[in-house]
Design a protein around this ligand. Structure first.
Ligand code: NAG
Length: 225
């Protein structure tokens, strides 16, 4: 006597290639291997998206604030002293992902070769999606006046009442992905040709202000490759 409900069960069991004859543990091994052959490329792809594609799609937006200035400028016969006060506005362009800058370093140079000061370090800060943060950096120059083309050029620029420098920012970033702060490639941002002019009233001791023009900086995330 056959049970009509039992009939569909047997063809089903026979059609399953993993079931006949194979012990349970082998069956699972096969499934795990098959999954792994899909999972590994999928995980690698996900890692590439996290570490390369997402950071590349959200280059940080840096702009120099017009409030940047040079103060305490003094040129003696042997020494140039100046303080560079740079205000940068930093925007997180992502609508979804928070960014943490764990270490940011500003380097100031003149004529592409003369370092004006020690690098200026910015304390770590976090940005929610779309937030703009103003970062203040100060750097003190104390440059001995020696017979060097860069130094001579700097002195003559400053005496001429107009000086152009480059500010390069190097930043270590982390992105807030799910519950994790994932470190991504360092960001490099160049603010080239930042020009300051002497105060028009020529009153001794007043600050040099930034000259209009383009104050935007250019991200260069692939510098390290
Ligand atoms: C982002 O901006 C909002 C609104 O201005 C502010 O309330 C929030 O504290 C900011 N978040 C961070 C991490 O600075």
């Amino acid at each position: 006597m056959t049970d009509p409900h039992a009939i569909p069960v047997h063809p089903h069991a026979d059609n399953d290639p993993a079931s006949p004859g194979l012990p349970r543990s082998d069956r699972y091994k096969g499934i795990i291997l098959r999954c792994a052959s899909y999972a590994i490329p999928a995980i690698l792809g996900l890692l590439m998206v996290i570490f390369l594609a997402i950071p590349a799609l959200m280059p940080p937006e840096f702009n120099l604030n017009p409030g940047s200035s040079i103060s305490s400028l003094d040129i003696s016969t042997s020494l140039i002293t100046a303080q560079w006060n740079i205000a940068l506005s930093v925007k997180n362009p992502s609508k979804l992902i928070a960014v943490k800058y764990t270490r940011m370093k500003l380097v100031f140079c003149f004529d592409g070769q003369l370092a004006l000061s020690r690098p200026s370090l910015i304390p770590a800060f976090t940005q929610d999606p779309g937030n703009v943060t103003t970062v203040q950096a100060k750097a003190l120059s104390m440059i001995a006046i020696v017979n060097d083309l860069g130094v001579i050029g700097l002195v003559s620029s400053l005496k001429g009442g107009k000086v152009t420098i480059d500010v390069v920012v190097k930043a270590k970033r982390r992105l807030h992905l799910g519950p994790w702060w994932v470190p991504v490639l360092d960001a490099y941002i160049s603010c080239m040709g930042v020009t300051f002019t002497a105060p028009a009233d020529s009153e001794a001791g007043s600050d040099w202000m930034i000259l209009g023009g383009t104050l935007s900086c250019t991200p260069d995330i692939f510098t390290q490759f």
